[in-house]
Ligand binder design. Structure first.
Ligand code: ZN
Length: 482
Protein backbone atom coordinates (compact mmCIF):
# COMPACT_ATOMS: atom_id res chain seq x y z
CA UNK A 1 0.00 0.00 0.00
CA UNK A 2 2.73 2.41 1.03
CA UNK A 3 4.66 1.50 -2.12
CA UNK A 4 1.66 2.15 -4.36
CA UNK A 5 1.09 5.49 -2.68
CA UNK A 6 4.72 6.40 -3.32
CA UNK A 7 4.39 5.51 -7.03
CA UNK A 8 1.20 7.57 -7.24
CA UNK A 9 3.08 10.55 -5.77
CA UNK A 10 5.95 10.06 -8.20
CA UNK A 11 3.55 10.07 -11.17
CA UNK A 12 1.85 13.16 -9.79
CA UNK A 13 5.22 14.95 -9.56
CA UNK A 14 6.16 14.00 -13.12
CA UNK A 15 2.81 15.29 -14.44
CA UNK A 16 3.19 18.48 -12.40
CA UNK A 17 6.65 19.01 -13.96
CA UNK A 18 5.32 18.60 -17.50
CA UNK A 19 2.35 20.87 -16.82
CA UNK A 20 4.71 23.40 -15.29
CA UNK A 21 6.83 23.67 -18.48
CA UNK A 22 3.63 24.06 -20.52
CA UNK A 23 2.37 26.71 -18.09
CA UNK A 24 5.67 28.60 -18.38
CA UNK A 25 5.33 28.82 -22.17
CA UNK A 26 1.77 30.14 -21.94
CA UNK A 27 2.63 32.66 -19.21
CA UNK A 28 5.67 33.92 -21.16
CA UNK A 29 3.77 34.28 -24.44
CA UNK A 30 0.91 36.13 -22.73
CA UNK A 31 3.36 38.44 -20.95
CA UNK A 32 5.28 39.17 -24.15
CA UNK A 33 2.02 40.08 -25.88
CA UNK A 34 0.95 42.31 -22.99
CA UNK A 35 4.32 44.08 -22.64
CA UNK A 36 5.17 44.33 -26.31
CA UNK A 37 8.05 42.56 -28.02
CA UNK A 38 11.18 44.50 -28.97
CA UNK A 39 14.48 43.61 -30.63
CA UNK A 40 16.27 46.42 -28.81
CA UNK A 41 15.41 49.00 -26.18
CA UNK A 42 16.81 52.20 -24.73
CA UNK A 43 15.76 53.70 -21.42
CA UNK A 44 16.85 56.88 -19.66
CA UNK A 45 16.56 57.67 -15.99
CA UNK A 46 17.86 59.50 -12.94
CA UNK A 47 18.19 57.97 -9.50
CA UNK A 48 20.91 56.53 -7.32
CA UNK A 49 23.94 54.33 -7.78
CA UNK A 50 25.59 52.70 -4.78
CA UNK A 51 29.16 51.55 -4.18
CA UNK A 52 28.74 47.80 -3.75
CA UNK A 53 30.85 46.21 -1.01
CA UNK A 54 31.88 49.58 0.42
CA UNK A 55 29.54 49.97 3.41
CA UNK A 56 30.76 52.11 6.30
CA UNK A 57 30.16 49.22 8.71
CA UNK A 58 29.14 45.62 7.94
CA UNK A 59 25.42 45.37 7.27
CA UNK A 60 24.95 49.10 6.51
CA UNK A 61 23.71 50.25 3.09
CA UNK A 62 26.18 50.47 0.22
CA UNK A 63 27.19 54.19 0.07
CA UNK A 64 24.87 56.12 -2.22
CA UNK A 65 25.67 58.57 -5.04
CA UNK A 66 23.30 60.70 -7.07
CA UNK A 67 22.73 59.43 -10.57
CA UNK A 68 22.17 62.60 -12.56
CA UNK A 69 22.10 60.91 -15.94
CA UNK A 70 21.60 57.28 -16.98
CA UNK A 71 20.91 55.72 -20.38
CA UNK A 72 21.00 52.02 -21.12
CA UNK A 73 20.68 50.61 -24.64
CA UNK A 74 20.26 46.87 -25.15
CA UNK A 75 20.24 44.90 -28.39
CA UNK A 76 18.80 41.56 -27.35
CA UNK A 77 19.55 39.78 -30.62
CA UNK A 78 23.19 40.91 -30.67
CA UNK A 79 23.56 40.18 -26.91
CA UNK A 80 25.02 43.65 -26.58
CA UNK A 81 24.44 46.52 -24.16
CA UNK A 82 25.77 49.98 -23.45
CA UNK A 83 25.33 51.77 -20.14
CA UNK A 84 26.16 55.46 -20.03
CA UNK A 85 25.94 57.26 -16.72
CA UNK A 86 27.06 60.26 -14.69
CA UNK A 87 26.99 60.18 -10.91
CA UNK A 88 28.24 62.42 -8.13
CA UNK A 89 28.74 62.50 -4.37
CA UNK A 90 25.78 63.70 -2.30
CA UNK A 91 26.29 66.79 -0.15
CA UNK A 92 27.01 66.23 2.72
CA UNK A 93 29.26 63.28 1.93
CA UNK A 94 28.05 59.86 3.06
CA UNK A 95 30.27 57.56 5.13
CA UNK A 96 31.93 54.59 3.44
CA UNK A 97 34.22 53.72 0.55
CA UNK A 98 34.02 53.49 -3.26
CA UNK A 99 32.53 56.38 -5.27
CA UNK A 100 34.24 59.21 -7.10
CA UNK A 101 34.09 61.55 -4.02
CA UNK A 102 34.73 64.69 -6.05
CA UNK A 103 32.97 66.10 -9.11
CA UNK A 104 30.98 64.26 -11.74
CA UNK A 105 32.13 60.75 -12.59
CA UNK A 106 31.17 59.51 -16.05
CA UNK A 107 31.08 55.81 -16.80
CA UNK A 108 30.41 53.98 -20.02
CA UNK A 109 30.13 50.22 -19.56
CA UNK A 110 29.76 47.99 -22.59
CA UNK A 111 29.28 44.34 -23.42
CA UNK A 112 28.94 42.45 -26.68
CA UNK A 113 28.82 38.67 -26.55
CA UNK A 114 31.85 37.49 -24.52
CA UNK A 115 33.55 40.93 -24.61
CA UNK A 116 33.20 43.62 -21.95
CA UNK A 117 34.93 46.97 -21.81
CA UNK A 118 34.69 50.44 -20.33
CA UNK A 119 35.06 53.73 -22.16
CA UNK A 120 35.95 56.31 -19.51
CA UNK A 121 37.50 58.43 -22.27
CA UNK A 122 38.18 57.76 -25.94
CA UNK A 123 40.24 54.56 -25.40
CA UNK A 124 38.55 51.30 -24.41
CA UNK A 125 39.63 49.53 -21.22
CA UNK A 126 38.97 45.77 -21.48
CA UNK A 127 37.05 44.32 -18.52
CA UNK A 128 37.88 40.65 -18.86
CA UNK A 129 35.98 39.48 -15.81
CA UNK A 130 32.87 41.60 -16.36
CA UNK A 131 31.23 40.01 -19.43
CA UNK A 132 29.30 37.28 -17.56
CA UNK A 133 27.60 39.75 -15.21
CA UNK A 134 26.92 42.31 -17.96
CA UNK A 135 25.35 39.56 -20.09
CA UNK A 136 23.22 38.43 -17.14
CA UNK A 137 22.06 42.03 -16.62
CA UNK A 138 20.61 41.98 -20.17
CA UNK A 139 18.41 39.00 -19.26
CA UNK A 140 17.38 40.51 -15.92
CA UNK A 141 15.48 43.33 -17.69
CA UNK A 142 11.72 42.70 -18.20
CA UNK A 143 11.83 42.12 -21.97
CA UNK A 144 15.18 40.34 -21.83
CA UNK A 145 13.90 38.00 -19.15
CA UNK A 146 10.93 36.90 -21.31
CA UNK A 147 13.19 36.29 -24.31
CA UNK A 148 15.79 34.29 -22.37
CA UNK A 149 13.09 32.26 -20.60
CA UNK A 150 11.39 31.40 -23.93
CA UNK A 151 14.67 30.11 -25.33
CA UNK A 152 15.30 27.96 -22.25
CA UNK A 153 13.57 25.02 -20.67
CA UNK A 154 11.74 27.28 -18.23
CA UNK A 155 9.40 25.97 -15.57
CA UNK A 156 6.53 27.72 -13.80
CA UNK A 157 5.38 27.75 -10.20
CA UNK A 158 2.36 29.62 -8.79
CA UNK A 159 3.07 31.91 -5.86
CA UNK A 160 1.15 34.70 -4.12
CA UNK A 161 2.92 37.44 -6.13
CA UNK A 162 2.30 35.71 -9.48
CA UNK A 163 3.87 32.95 -11.56
CA UNK A 164 7.54 32.37 -10.86
CA UNK A 165 9.40 31.30 -14.01
CA UNK A 166 12.81 29.61 -13.53
CA UNK A 167 15.50 28.56 -15.96
CA UNK A 168 19.21 27.88 -16.15
CA UNK A 169 21.43 30.32 -18.03
CA UNK A 170 24.81 28.63 -18.39
CA UNK A 171 25.96 27.93 -14.83
CA UNK A 172 23.63 30.64 -13.52
CA UNK A 173 20.01 30.37 -12.48
CA UNK A 174 17.45 33.06 -13.35
CA UNK A 175 14.01 33.40 -11.79
CA UNK A 176 11.33 35.96 -12.54
CA UNK A 177 7.80 36.76 -11.42
CA UNK A 178 4.98 37.53 -13.86
CA UNK A 179 1.96 39.08 -12.09
CA UNK A 180 -1.79 38.88 -12.79
CA UNK A 181 -1.48 41.82 -15.25
CA UNK A 182 1.06 39.74 -17.25
CA UNK A 183 3.91 42.09 -16.29
CA UNK A 184 7.37 41.09 -15.12
CA UNK A 185 7.60 42.47 -11.57
CA UNK A 186 10.84 40.88 -10.36
CA UNK A 187 13.91 39.00 -11.60
CA UNK A 188 16.48 37.17 -9.47
CA UNK A 189 19.84 35.64 -10.12
CA UNK A 190 22.87 34.62 -8.08
CA UNK A 191 26.43 35.79 -8.74
CA UNK A 192 29.63 34.50 -7.15
CA UNK A 193 31.22 36.92 -4.68
CA UNK A 194 34.48 36.28 -2.80
CA UNK A 195 32.98 37.55 0.47
CA UNK A 196 29.28 36.65 0.18
CA UNK A 197 29.47 33.39 -1.81
CA UNK A 198 26.46 32.73 -4.09
CA UNK A 199 25.00 36.23 -3.82
CA UNK A 200 21.40 37.11 -4.58
CA UNK A 201 20.88 39.85 -7.19
CA UNK A 202 17.24 40.92 -7.08
CA UNK A 203 15.66 43.47 -9.42
CA UNK A 204 12.12 44.79 -8.97
CA UNK A 205 10.02 46.59 -11.57
CA UNK A 206 7.01 48.77 -10.77
CA UNK A 207 4.89 51.62 -12.09
CA UNK A 208 4.57 50.19 -15.60
CA UNK A 209 3.61 52.73 -18.28
CA UNK A 210 3.25 52.60 -22.04
CA UNK A 211 6.28 54.24 -23.71
CA UNK A 212 6.73 54.20 -27.48
CA UNK A 213 4.25 51.32 -27.84
CA UNK A 214 5.78 49.03 -25.16
CA UNK A 215 5.11 48.63 -21.47
CA UNK A 216 8.13 49.48 -19.34
CA UNK A 217 8.55 50.07 -15.57
CA UNK A 218 9.05 53.63 -14.33
CA UNK A 219 10.83 52.36 -11.20
CA UNK A 220 13.66 49.81 -11.27
CA UNK A 221 15.49 48.84 -8.08
CA UNK A 222 18.34 46.36 -7.97
CA UNK A 223 19.74 44.93 -4.76
CA UNK A 224 22.93 42.93 -4.48
CA UNK A 225 23.85 41.16 -1.27
CA UNK A 226 20.69 42.51 0.40
CA UNK A 227 21.25 46.24 -0.16
CA UNK A 228 20.38 48.60 -3.04
CA UNK A 229 23.00 48.98 -5.78
CA UNK A 230 20.90 50.84 -8.38
CA UNK A 231 17.65 52.77 -8.27
CA UNK A 232 16.21 54.17 -11.50
CA UNK A 233 13.30 56.53 -12.07
CA UNK A 234 12.74 55.97 -15.77
CA UNK A 235 11.69 59.06 -17.74
CA UNK A 236 11.85 57.89 -21.35
CA UNK A 237 11.99 54.68 -23.37
CA UNK A 238 12.71 54.10 -27.08
CA UNK A 239 11.52 50.85 -28.61
CA UNK A 240 13.83 49.28 -31.22
CA UNK A 241 16.50 52.02 -31.38
CA UNK A 242 19.16 49.46 -32.41
CA UNK A 243 22.68 49.52 -31.03
CA UNK A 244 25.35 50.12 -33.60
CA UNK A 245 28.44 48.92 -31.83
CA UNK A 246 31.54 47.00 -32.80
CA UNK A 247 33.98 45.44 -30.35
CA UNK A 248 37.28 47.41 -30.40
CA UNK A 249 40.34 45.45 -31.63
CA UNK A 250 42.13 46.11 -28.33
CA UNK A 251 39.27 44.44 -26.45
CA UNK A 252 39.26 41.36 -28.69
CA UNK A 253 43.06 41.05 -28.37
CA UNK A 254 43.12 41.54 -24.57
CA UNK A 255 44.26 38.63 -22.40
CA UNK A 256 44.18 38.36 -18.63
CA UNK A 257 47.44 39.77 -17.26
CA UNK A 258 49.45 37.42 -15.05
CA UNK A 259 49.20 38.18 -11.34
CA UNK A 260 52.25 40.20 -10.40
CA UNK A 261 53.84 40.24 -6.97
CA UNK A 262 56.63 42.75 -6.30
CA UNK A 263 58.27 42.80 -2.87
CA UNK A 264 60.08 45.75 -1.38
CA UNK A 265 62.08 45.32 1.82
CA UNK A 266 61.16 48.08 4.30
CA UNK A 267 63.12 46.80 7.27
CA UNK A 268 64.60 43.65 8.73
CA UNK A 269 61.89 41.00 8.20
CA UNK A 270 59.34 43.54 6.87
CA UNK A 271 58.25 43.51 3.22
CA UNK A 272 55.78 45.60 1.27
CA UNK A 273 54.13 43.34 -1.34
CA UNK A 274 52.79 45.26 -4.34
CA UNK A 275 52.47 44.52 -8.05
CA UNK A 276 48.73 45.05 -8.51
CA UNK A 277 45.98 47.48 -7.56
CA UNK A 278 46.13 46.43 -3.90
CA UNK A 279 49.09 45.88 -1.58
CA UNK A 280 49.88 43.60 1.36
CA UNK A 281 52.73 43.32 3.86
CA UNK A 282 54.70 40.29 5.03
CA UNK A 283 56.18 40.41 8.52
CA UNK A 284 58.57 37.80 9.94
CA UNK A 285 58.26 36.88 13.62
CA UNK A 286 60.69 34.49 15.36
CA UNK A 287 58.45 31.43 14.87
CA UNK A 288 55.82 32.54 12.35
CA UNK A 289 54.70 34.93 9.60
CA UNK A 290 52.05 37.63 9.83
CA UNK A 291 50.51 39.00 6.62
CA UNK A 292 48.74 42.35 6.55
CA UNK A 293 45.81 42.52 4.11
CA UNK A 294 44.20 39.90 1.85
CA UNK A 295 42.68 41.99 -0.95
CA UNK A 296 40.56 41.12 -4.01
CA UNK A 297 40.13 37.34 -3.94
CA UNK A 298 41.69 33.91 -3.74
CA UNK A 299 44.01 34.29 -6.76
CA UNK A 300 45.72 37.35 -5.22
CA UNK A 301 45.93 35.66 -1.81
CA UNK A 302 47.57 32.54 -3.26
CA UNK A 303 50.18 34.71 -5.00
CA UNK A 304 50.92 36.72 -1.82
CA UNK A 305 51.05 33.53 0.29
CA UNK A 306 53.56 32.01 -2.15
CA UNK A 307 55.66 35.19 -1.92
CA UNK A 308 55.48 35.17 1.90
CA UNK A 309 56.76 31.58 1.92
CA UNK A 310 59.54 32.47 -0.50
CA UNK A 311 60.62 35.46 1.62
CA UNK A 312 60.31 33.58 4.91
CA UNK A 313 60.80 29.86 4.27
CA UNK A 314 59.70 27.18 6.72
CA UNK A 315 57.48 29.29 8.96
CA UNK A 316 53.68 29.07 9.08
CA UNK A 317 51.41 32.05 8.40
CA UNK A 318 49.91 32.40 11.86
CA UNK A 319 48.02 35.68 11.49
CA UNK A 320 46.33 37.67 8.77
CA UNK A 321 45.54 41.26 9.70
CA UNK A 322 42.47 42.51 7.82
CA UNK A 323 42.40 46.33 7.76
CA UNK A 324 38.68 46.65 7.05
CA UNK A 325 35.61 44.88 5.69
CA UNK A 326 35.34 46.56 2.26
CA UNK A 327 35.12 43.74 -0.24
CA UNK A 328 38.20 44.78 -2.23
CA UNK A 329 40.20 44.46 1.01
CA UNK A 330 38.52 41.33 2.41
CA UNK A 331 37.86 39.16 -0.67
CA UNK A 332 41.04 37.15 -0.07
CA UNK A 333 40.69 36.58 3.69
CA UNK A 334 39.07 33.15 3.38
CA UNK A 335 42.20 31.80 1.66
CA UNK A 336 44.17 32.52 4.85
CA UNK A 337 41.55 30.68 6.93
CA UNK A 338 42.05 27.69 4.62
CA UNK A 339 45.82 28.18 5.16
CA UNK A 340 45.28 27.85 8.93
CA UNK A 341 45.84 31.49 9.88
CA UNK A 342 43.93 33.33 12.61
CA UNK A 343 42.18 36.46 11.35
CA UNK A 344 42.88 39.70 13.21
CA UNK A 345 40.11 42.18 12.46
CA UNK A 346 38.13 44.87 14.25
CA UNK A 347 35.59 43.18 16.52
CA UNK A 348 32.56 44.42 14.51
CA UNK A 349 33.67 42.35 11.50
CA UNK A 350 33.99 38.87 13.03
CA UNK A 351 30.24 38.11 13.22
CA UNK A 352 29.74 39.55 9.74
CA UNK A 353 32.41 37.33 8.19
CA UNK A 354 31.13 34.25 10.00
CA UNK A 355 27.63 34.81 8.64
CA UNK A 356 28.75 35.77 5.11
CA UNK A 357 31.14 32.84 4.87
CA UNK A 358 28.39 30.35 5.80
CA UNK A 359 26.59 31.01 2.45
CA UNK A 360 26.76 28.34 -0.28
CA UNK A 361 29.60 28.68 -2.83
CA UNK A 362 28.46 26.56 -5.76
CA UNK A 363 29.22 29.19 -8.47
CA UNK A 364 32.88 29.75 -7.55
CA UNK A 365 34.11 27.23 -4.95
CA UNK A 366 37.30 28.31 -3.13
CA UNK A 367 39.88 26.45 -1.03
CA UNK A 368 37.88 26.95 2.16
CA UNK A 369 34.61 25.69 0.66
CA UNK A 370 36.42 22.65 -0.75
CA UNK A 371 38.16 21.91 2.58
CA UNK A 372 35.95 23.53 5.22
CA UNK A 373 37.40 24.47 8.59
CA UNK A 374 36.30 26.78 11.37
CA UNK A 375 37.52 30.36 11.03
CA UNK A 376 39.52 31.56 14.04
CA UNK A 377 39.29 35.27 14.86
CA UNK A 378 41.30 37.55 17.08
CA UNK A 379 38.91 40.50 17.37
CA UNK A 380 40.46 43.89 18.13
CA UNK A 381 38.46 46.46 20.09
CA UNK A 382 40.73 49.54 20.26
CA UNK A 383 44.30 48.26 20.45
CA UNK A 384 46.15 44.98 20.21
CA UNK A 385 49.88 44.39 20.41
CA UNK A 386 51.21 41.43 18.48
CA UNK A 387 54.61 40.56 19.87
CA UNK A 388 57.15 37.75 19.88
CA UNK A 389 60.84 38.09 20.69
CA UNK A 390 62.02 41.46 19.43
CA UNK A 391 59.21 41.85 16.88
CA UNK A 392 56.30 44.09 17.91
CA UNK A 393 53.34 45.31 15.89
CA UNK A 394 50.80 47.73 17.30
CA UNK A 395 47.32 47.45 15.87
CA UNK A 396 44.89 50.34 16.41
CA UNK A 397 41.23 50.88 15.65
CA UNK A 398 41.02 54.22 13.80
CA UNK A 399 38.54 56.38 15.68
CA UNK A 400 36.34 58.74 13.69
CA UNK A 401 37.01 57.22 10.26
CA UNK A 402 34.57 58.38 7.59
CA UNK A 403 35.83 55.63 5.30
CA UNK A 404 35.16 52.59 7.47
CA UNK A 405 33.93 52.33 11.06
CA UNK A 406 36.04 49.24 11.77
CA UNK A 407 39.31 50.41 10.23
CA UNK A 408 42.56 49.04 11.69
CA UNK A 409 45.94 50.78 11.41
CA UNK A 410 49.26 49.02 11.99
CA UNK A 411 52.38 50.64 13.43
CA UNK A 412 55.88 49.19 13.69
CA UNK A 413 57.33 51.15 16.67
CA UNK A 414 60.97 50.08 16.13
CA UNK A 415 61.06 50.69 12.36
CA UNK A 416 58.61 53.64 12.50
CA UNK A 417 56.57 52.22 9.62
CA UNK A 418 52.92 53.14 9.49
CA UNK A 419 50.43 51.02 7.52
CA UNK A 420 47.09 52.48 6.43
CA UNK A 421 44.36 51.62 3.94
CA UNK A 422 42.24 53.96 1.84
CA UNK A 423 42.67 57.15 3.88
CA UNK A 424 45.67 58.24 1.84
CA UNK A 425 46.83 56.87 -1.52
CA UNK A 426 50.20 58.16 -2.73
CA UNK A 427 50.82 57.20 -6.34
CA UNK A 428 53.51 57.46 -8.96
CA UNK A 429 52.83 60.77 -10.71
CA UNK A 430 53.17 59.18 -14.17
CA UNK A 431 50.39 56.64 -13.54
CA UNK A 432 47.66 56.91 -16.18
CA UNK A 433 44.93 55.91 -13.76
CA UNK A 434 45.85 56.78 -10.17
CA UNK A 435 44.32 54.56 -7.50
CA UNK A 436 41.83 57.21 -6.51
CA UNK A 437 41.47 60.65 -5.07
CA UNK A 438 40.96 60.56 -1.32
CA UNK A 439 38.78 63.18 0.34
CA UNK A 440 40.71 65.63 2.59
CA UNK A 441 38.59 64.52 5.56
CA UNK A 442 40.09 60.99 5.34
CA UNK A 443 43.66 62.31 5.52
CA UNK A 444 42.78 64.82 8.25
CA UNK A 445 41.40 62.03 10.42
CA UNK A 446 44.48 59.92 9.81
CA UNK A 447 46.75 62.79 10.91
CA UNK A 448 44.56 63.36 13.99
CA UNK A 449 44.84 59.67 14.92
CA UNK A 450 48.63 59.66 14.52
CA UNK A 451 48.86 62.61 16.92
CA UNK A 452 46.33 61.17 19.36
CA UNK A 453 48.11 57.81 19.49
CA UNK A 454 51.48 59.61 19.76
CA UNK A 455 52.94 57.68 16.83
CA UNK A 456 56.11 58.88 15.23
CA UNK A 457 56.13 57.41 11.71
CA UNK A 458 58.93 57.92 9.22
CA UNK A 459 57.52 55.73 6.43
CA UNK A 460 53.96 55.24 5.18
CA UNK A 461 53.03 51.84 3.70
CA UNK A 462 49.64 52.31 2.01
CA UNK A 463 47.39 49.45 0.87
CA UNK A 464 47.00 51.23 -2.50
CA UNK A 465 49.81 53.09 -4.24
CA UNK A 466 53.47 53.32 -3.23
CA UNK A 467 55.59 53.56 -0.09
CA UNK A 468 56.45 57.18 0.72
CA UNK A 469 58.13 59.15 3.51
CA UNK A 470 55.71 60.35 6.17
CA UNK A 471 56.43 63.93 5.08
CA UNK A 472 54.43 63.19 1.88
CA UNK A 473 51.32 62.42 3.94
CA UNK A 474 51.88 65.58 5.99
CA UNK A 475 52.12 67.62 2.77
CA UNK A 476 49.06 65.96 1.23
CA UNK A 477 47.01 66.48 4.40
CA UNK A 478 48.07 70.13 4.60
CA UNK A 479 47.16 70.78 0.96
CA UNK A 480 44.03 68.60 1.05
CA UNK A 481 45.13 66.76 -2.07
CA UNK A 482 45.85 63.08 -1.67
ZN1 ZN B 1 37.94 50.82 1.84
Amino acid sequence: MAKRLWIAFAILFLCAGAASAQDAKTVLQTAQKAMGDVGSIQYSATGHLNSFGQAWVPGADWPVTNLTSYTKTIDYGAKAAKEDLIHSEPNPMVKGGGRPFAGDDRQQNLVSGPYAWDMPGSAPIPQLGAAAERQLQIWLTPHGFLKAAMESNATAKKEAAGTVISFAYGKYKIEGTVDAQNLVTKTDTWLPNPVLGDMLVETTFSGYKVFDGVKFPTTIVQKQGGSTTLELNVSSVNANPGLNMSVPEAVIAATAPAIKVESQKLGDGIWFVAGGSHNSMVVEFPTYITVIEAPLGEARSLAVIAEAKRLVPNKPIKYLINTHSHFDHSGGVRTYVAEGATIITQEMNAAFYQKAWAAPRTLAPDNLSKNPRKAEFLPVKEKYVLTEGDRTLEIFHEAGSMHNGGMLLVYFPKDKIFEEADDYTPDLPQLAAPSGIRPPVFMANLMKEIQLLKLNPVTVAPMHGIVVPFSELQKAAASGKG
